[in-house]
Ligand binder design. Structure first.
Ligand SMILES: *Cc1c(COP(=O)(O)O)cnc(C)c1O
Length: 227
């Protein structure tokens, strides 16, 4: 049994420390607890220790947990690949979708977002290292895609998300995140209001915070290894 309280406190302390070191406001870095393939009971446990944001990759699994945890106030983030035939369910049940990488998918999410809910928060996924195994668009395509989706009424473009390939050292990790931070800043200069850089996992969280991450996605270090 993992000690979720202890793990959460440890991660929070690391975020605080990194924020201080790089002169960031600690409150500007949101901790997203990635709960994929972990039971609803673990999420409930984390909620008791003040965690509100949870990330899920698999739709059906997430829907089951949402049902089990209806009594809790949770902000649900979809962080998996988005297939076109899943957009309706994602638009209906989630607060965020981090992996938008097609205009068509963005349009479907926007059209299918229930009018009773606030717009779905979305990030554009960037495939920084051109990896065939990963989703996302090239950095050079970000500006066009952002302007294509920024005005869609059912979604609210919040920023960029990426999972860079592992780097050998801290400086290389920082350099990768800096490219994303620059791209986000260019969007802002073009008048597209974005406030989110969804980068940083267990291995590269500090470098991500150094370069302006506003949302780190941490699973194993909170909930333990997935089986
Ligand atoms: C699984 C996952 C994470 C968390 O990974 P850990 O190694 O468990 O911390 C973060 N982001 C995405 C997109 C994921 O799929």
């Amino acid at each position: 049994m993992q000690n979720i309280e202890k793990n959460l406190n440890q991660i929070r302390a690391q975020i605080l420390q990194a924020a201080k070191r790089y002169e960031r406001d600690p409150d500007s870095v949101l901790l997203l607890a990635v709960s994929k393939r972990k039971p609803a009971a673990d999420i409930r446990h984390a909620c008791q220790f003040g965690q509100k944001d949870f990330g899920e990759n698999y739709l059906q699994e997430a829907q089951q947990k949402m049902q089990d945890l209806q009594d809790l106030e949770i902000c649900w983030h979809f962080i998996g690949a988005i297939q076109s035939n899943k957009t309706r369910d994602i638009a209906q049940s989630f607060d965020w979708a981090h992996c938008v990488d097609r205009v068509k998918v963005a349009r479907r999410l926007s059209d299918q977002r229930p009018a009773t809910l606030p717009p779905l928060n979305v990030c554009i996924q960037v495939n920084l290292d051109h990896e065939a195994s990963k989703a996302g668009i090239e950095l050079a395509e970000v500006a066009d895609m952002a302007s294509a989706i920024a005005q869609m009424p059912g979604i609210r473009l919040r920023g960029l998300m990426s999972i860079p390939a592992p780097r050998d050292n801290f400086e290389q990790q920082r350099a990768a995140f800096a490219q994303l931070a620059t791209a986000l800043e260019s969007l802002r200069q073009e008048g597209i209001s974005c406030d989110t850089l969804s980068v940083g996992m267990t291995q590269d969280m500090e470098a991500a915070i150094a370069e302006g991450s506003t949302l780190v996605r941490i699973g194993t270090a909170i909930f333990g290894e997935r089986t």
